[in-house]
Design a protein around this ligand. Structure first.
Ligand SMILES: NC(=O)c1ccc[n+]([C@@H]2O[C@H](COP(=O)([O-])OP(=O)(O)OC[C@H]3O[C@@H](n4cnc5c(N)ncnc54)[C@H](O)[C@@H]3O)[C@@H](O)[C@H]2O)c1
Length: 334
């Protein structure tokens, strides 16, 4: 009897009934790659994790550390490492987290080019061993890197996913909830567009406890808004920009975000998250560009990106998001 109770408790603790038989590769085992790995393991989303990086000694130590940290979890976990991609073969999901940290005085474009070079080096090996995987990109700028992945690989767009604005949307809902004095779960709403400066808060779609915020406060988020709700948007932008600041880094938020996305795909229940996919042909955008929209996630990636009925201002901000990304795409050397 006691044993049965213990088993139930263990299942409840980890929020799952069965252990997935899912091989996941994390390419780029720096602070972001390891944070993603830690959450994937802790949430029991994988039983076979492969870390891929160019730093051999670092990889070995990280794998030993992760394996040791999981000894208390039920079930078995296999952690492997490689630099040539061979051990990644037939992964269900591949997380791309390789990149360069911002150097003092480096422009956003220079940083984007440095990350693009890292992604370009990794891709042939990853694609050779994982042509059927679904790729989730964390490397910054994630939307641009996802576009690059799709351009260079020819993979179907539904299997090239940017971590995009999921984390921004979580923070958006949390900040609104704080101001309203309710739980974050009572708030529905999304940040869309580019993860970064050009992210777009969809005030017209925010609801709290089922009531449209704009119905309660018609000027919410606009420049005439006396309550200054735009500060919520600025706080979300500031968080996204932490990544690019000299000599600092963030990793836990993106780690949670990537594991949410993979967890949603694995559950295959139709979860809707604001992730980035190629939105050419949607929302009146004609360019090939990766931006976030609320998206229905299935086991193999994005099943549908939801076209939102935006206000005029929100639509023009989304167009600015697309223009800014297309401009950077044209400057990146493929
Ligand atoms: N999307 C987000 O919200 C978000 C948040 C934080 C960081 N990031 C981005 O994630 C990326 C990683 O950041 P980090 O803090 O983990 O950096 P880091 O320097 O700690 O780790 C980067 C890792 O990538 C590896 N790498 C680089 N080029 C490689 C190559 N060609 N082949 C194999 N491995 C290679 C490095 O060896 C290193 O281990 C950066 O682009 C960063 O800007 C994104």
């Amino acid at each position: 009897m006691l044993l049965a109770t213990q088993r139930v408790s263990a299942k409840m603790l980890h929020g799952r009934r069965t252990k997935p038989n899912t091989k996941i590769t994390v390419a780029g085992a720096g602070s972001v790659g390891l944070a993603c790995s830690a959450f994937l393991i802790d949430r029991q989303l994988t039983n076979h994790l492969v870390l891929m990086d160019r730093r051999d000694k670092w990889l070995e130590a990280s794998a030993v550390d992760l394996q040791a940290a999981t000894k208390g979890l039920s079930g078995s976990l296999k952690v492997e490492i490689c630099s040539d991609g061979a051990k990644t073969k037939n992964s269900k999901y591949v997380v791309i987290a390789a990149g360069e940290r911002a150097q003092p005085g480096q422009s956003r474009l220079q940083l984007a080019q440095a990350t693009a070079n890292a992604v370009k080096q990794l891709l042939p090996k990853l694609l050779h061993y994982n042509p059927r995987a679904t790729y989730v990109v964390a490397s910054s700028p994630a939307d641009l890197m996802t576009w690059l992945l799709q351009e260079l690989s020819g993979l179907p767009k539904e299997r090239c996913i940017s971590a995009g604005c999921h984390l921004d949307s979580i923070l958006f809902r949390y900040l609104i909830a704080q101001r309203m004095g309710v739980a974050a779960s009572a708030v529905n709403g999304f940040i869309i567009g580019e993860h970064g400066n050009c992210c777009v808060p969809v005030w017209s779609g925010v609801s709290v406890g089922g009531i449209s915020l704009q119905r309660l406060m018609p000027e919410v988020g606009s420049e005439h808004d006396k309550e200054q709700w735009q500060t919520v948007h600025r706080q979300v932008q500031r968080m996204a920009n932490q990544v690019a600041r000299d000599e600092t880094y963030t990793n836990w938020g993106i780690g949670i975000s990537v594991s949410d996305i993979i967890g949603a795909m694995q559950q295959n229940l139709g979860h809707v998250l604001s992730v980035g996919g190629n939105i050419q042909g949607l929302m009146g955008i004609t360019d090939s560009v990766v931006l976030s929209l609320p998206s229905v996630l299935g086991a193999n990636g994005i099943k549908q990106m939801i076209e939102l009925p935006l206000s005029e201002l929100e639509m023009s901000l989304l167009e600015q998001s697309a223009e800014s990304l297309v401009k950077t795409q044209q400057q990146i050397q493929l």
